[in-house]
Design a protein around this ligand. Structure first.
Ligand SMILES: *[C@@H]1O[C@H](CO)[C@@H](O)[C@H](O)[C@H]1NC(C)=O
Ligand SMILES: *[C@@H]1O[C@H](CO)[C@@H](O)[C@H](O)[C@H]1NC(C)=O
Ligand SMILES: *[C@@H]1O[C@H](CO)[C@@H](O)[C@H](O)[C@H]1NC(C)=O
Ligand SMILES: *[C@@H]1O[C@H](CO)[C@@H](O)[C@H](O)[C@H]1NC(C)=O
Ligand SMILES: [Cu+2]
Length: 732
């Protein structure tokens, strides 16, 4: 989170890499002999012929920016949606320096500096080789406590628009905001004495900047507030498991002053933190666990099948624009799939990204009630995306993309290896059929399923979110969220459940002596500007209904039928998922039909998910009203992209998806945006301690009458000569 922590993460992952390398070189020879592969590990392509050594000129990939050490100074934008370059960030700084708003004030921060994407119609018309569209920059600045949004036109070297924000709330915190508040409590003698009284050395203190939400109290008026809570890092890097419970310091983020200190945990001991360190280097290994799984990796003897040209990714029948974003993390634009019948590239998504998160904790007491985080708008989902570990976060055949973001004064910095792209083969089957002996036809046809994954992992303080966009050759896109990292836990006097009088008022699960994992939810809301074969689309609810037969009509009493209903206005598309009143959710192009007359479309297929059960009048839920439904559809509007509003920090819920959708605008045969929220209820269990095994949930965007038939019918299977079969020998 802060620079020190970030450094720690870097050192950690580097350390881990070293440890793994050393482990490899010190493998006992008996290990290699005993379980050697049929293919010699040291010769032949089984040893990983990676993409850069590909000898096949046809498949030679063209990674124009594959050099990881590239400093990005010479980057130039080549596509209208390409993110800002170092040179452009510097131009923005120069232009803003002479603007009256900043000239007259030395107390301002630039909380967001990103490309102001050109109008959609212009981007859609643009073709490679044409001159780039005028580059504009969208800036959100905080000047003397007031949020301003500006458009900087780089081609004219001037600020063209400047508005004081009309809605409540403040912009995303800068990394500097988060860092600088951590030292504020130390200005207070009372704080220092409290820490020492709790038996914690000031040198062992680790604190977190916790977004304070908004609860409508006078103290919250006209200032940016943040709550700082602290932990002891004595004896473990996993300081999260040693909370100094009940101690909350309310800090004025701009004045860097302590507003108040509350301590409701004087009798709660700091947990001992024994065996909470999750680093491989400190594990007491018993040998057994160590080699349960042999090293594994995917081999691509002819190199990968995808190319990355600037920000355009091409793979199999897919093509899309990919860029890192400080707030959203990953933005996928202009995703198109090739129709195998016509060879035409067909539009599927104009723009897709994680628009907002909502993570409310379910404990109404003083030190916990406010924990209702909106990680994209408050912390910056992309800003928190740490460099991926090349051996373990992504497979060896991955390509990495850096993020380039602006710091609080506008100077650009590199977020290295923020996104990885790789082909994935999980051993799954794309389609198959085998004839059984009764037909006497000897037919077995199987196609392996290979996909392309775009991945990011954001570590928002304790929690880690793994965001995957997975593209399949059959046209399906799977969006997956993985949760890992460390729970936010609560200190307690209890050491065993036999001391707990009423489990309900634990607000969670006893995970270890003096540690409770507090119940909480996670919601991740996706913005999906679907453009199925063109911008104007309709949303259709295909309701699966029980129909009863009339007496004597059939031996069957009931069956199911599909009832299609086109959503006319936004309220028709405010949808709560229901197991006993199920529907399919189609986005179709009503003017484009298949040969057989079905409208071409894609359907949203929800996976396991959860709905927010908080009261709609709960301040937290009002701010996060975008989770009131799982599905929404809005007409495209360039200024409605952030589900919780543009200014989310201390927002009051006056600029949310709920507010926009309640305008009930027409959405039939219009350029529409689909919104979907993936949710989790998380009742922690002991397995989540001291670090959580990944839990995931996903949804699919799946072609529905988009293709004339199975688009991967003609796909080639693997043949013997393509791949030697590597298998483990019988153990000696
Ligand atoms: C900027 O100002 C121009 C001219 O006044 C206006 O047409 C345009 O819509 C404004 N853009 C934004 C993003 O406010
Ligand atoms: C609190 O402790 C810190 C760390 O030892 C020290 O730097 C700071 O000056 C102390 N604050 C006060 C008010 O004594
Ligand atoms: C605090 O730190 C000092 C010096 O590093 C050490 O001697 C002392 O034992 C520590 N106390 C606690 C409670 O950790
Ligand atoms: C576009 O969105 C903004 C912000 O919600 C709103 O003020 C404006 O009225 C919207 N325009 C239309 C045409 O709905
Ligand atoms: Cu959780």
């Amino acid at each position: 989170m802060d620079a020190r922590n970030m450094l720690r993460f870097l050192v950690l992952s580097f350390g881990l890499t070293l440890v793994l390398l050393l482990t490899w070189f010190h493998l006992p020879t008996s290990f290699l002999n005993k379980e050697a592969l049929d293919c010699n590990v040291y010769s032949g392509w089984c040893t990983s012929k990676n993409r850069f050594q590909s000898s096949n000129p046809i498949n030679k990939p063209t990674f124009s920016t594959h050099n990881r050490k590239q400093r990005h100074e010479s980057d130039v934008p080549r596509h209208p949606l390409d993110p800002l370059t170092i040179q452009e960030f510097n131009e923005v700084r120069t232009i803003l320096a002479t603007h009256p708003l900043f000239k007259s004030s030395n107390s301002y921060t630039l909380n967001s500096v990103v490309l102001d994407e050109p109008e959609k119609e212009l981007v859609l018309k643009w073709r490679k080789g044409q001159p780039l569209l005028p580059r504009k920059v969208s800036v959100v600045a905080l000047v003397k406590g007031i949020a301003h949004t500006l458009i900087v036109d780089l081609s004219r070297s001037q600020v063209t628009n400047e508005t004081r924000s009309p809605s409540s709330g403040y912009p995303t915190m800068t990394i500097k905001d988060m860092q600088s508040v951590l030292d504020v409590p130390l200005k207070s003698g009372e704080f220092n004495r409290t820490i020492i009284k709790r038996g914690v050395n000031l040198s062992d203190l680790s604190c977190l900047p916790l977004a304070a939400g908004w609860y409508g109290t006078p103290v919250e008026e006209n200032r940016r507030l943040i709550k700082v809570q602290c932990y002891s890092s004595k004896g473990t890097v996993n300081f999260y498991m040693k909370p100094i419970e009940g101690l909350t310091v309310l800090v004025d983020m701009d004045k860097k002053e302590v507003v108040s200190i509350t301590d409701n945990g004087v009798n709660i001991p700091v947990a001992n933190g024994i065996d909470t360190d999750y680093r491989y280097s400190v594990q007491k290994l018993n040998g057994e666990m160590n080699y349960l799984i042999n090293p594994i990796s995917l081999e691509q003897p002819k190199g990968p099948s995808f190319t990355v040209d600037g920000h355009i990714v091409k793979w199999a029948n897919w093509e899309f624009h990919l860029k890192p974003d400080p707030r959203a993390g990953i933005i996928i634009s202009q995703a198109k799939v090739r129709d195998t019948d016509t060879s035409e590239m067909r539009n599927v998504i104009y723009k897709g990204f994680t628009s907002e998160l909502f993570v409310p904790y379910m404990d109404p007491t003083d030190a916990w009630y406010f924990k209702t985080y909106m990680d994209a708008g408050e912390y910056g989902f992309g800003l928190q995306a740490m460099p991926l570990d090349p051996l373990n976060d992504c497979p060896r055949n991955a390509y990495y993309m850096d993020g380039l973001f602006a710091s609080a004064d506008g100077t650009p910095f590199v977020q290295p290896n923020m996104i990885c792209i790789f082909e994935s083969y999980a051993g799954d089957i794309a389609w198959r059929h085998a004839e059984c002996p009764i037909t006497d036809m000897k037919v077995t046809e199987v196609r392996p399923k290979v996909t392309l994954v775009v991945r990011m992992a954001a570590a928002v303080a304790n929690y880690d979110y793994i965001i995957d966009w997975e593209f399949q050759t059959d046209g399906l896109i799977r969006s997956k969220v993985g949760l890992s990292g460390i729970l936010m836990v609560k200190g307690t006097t209890y050491e065993n459940m036999n001391q707990v009088p009423d489990q309900e008022y634990l607000y969670g699960t006893l995970l270890s002596e003096n540690i409770i994992g507090v119940i909480h939810d996670h919601y991740i809301t996706y913005y999906l500007d679907m453009d199925i074969d063109g911008s104007d689309n309709s949303f259709i609810k295909v309701n699966i209904k029980k129909e009863e037969t009339s007496p004597g009509e059939s031996p069957r009493k009931s069956y199911l039928k599909a009832v299609r209903k086109v959503a006319k206005t936004e309220k028709d598309a405010q949808i709560k998922l229901q197991l006993y009143d199920p529907s399919e959710f189609h986005v179709v192009n009503p003017l484009k039909k298949t040969r057989l007359g079905n409208p071409v479309g894609y359907k949203l297929v929800p996976g396991a998910t959860a709905a927010s059960l908080l009261d709609h009048e709960d301040k937290a839920q009002k701010r996060a009203a975008f989770t009131n439904n799982q599905i929404w559809v809005t007409p495209y509007n360039k200024s409605e992209q952030w589900a919780g509003g543009l200014l989310v920090y201390q927002s009051r819920g006056d600029d949310t998806l709920q507010v926009w959708s309640n305008r009930d605008r027409p959405i039939e045969n219009k350029d529409i945006v689909l919104w979907y929220t993936v949710g989790f209820h998380h009742v922690p269990s002991q397995e989540d301690y001291p670090i959580m095994p990944t839990v995931s949930a996903s949804f699919d965007l799946k072609p529905v009458n988009f293709f004339e038939r199975n688009p991967i019918l003609r796909m080639r299977p693997n043949f013997q000569e393509d791949l030697p079969v590597c298998k483990a020998q019988d153990s000696a």
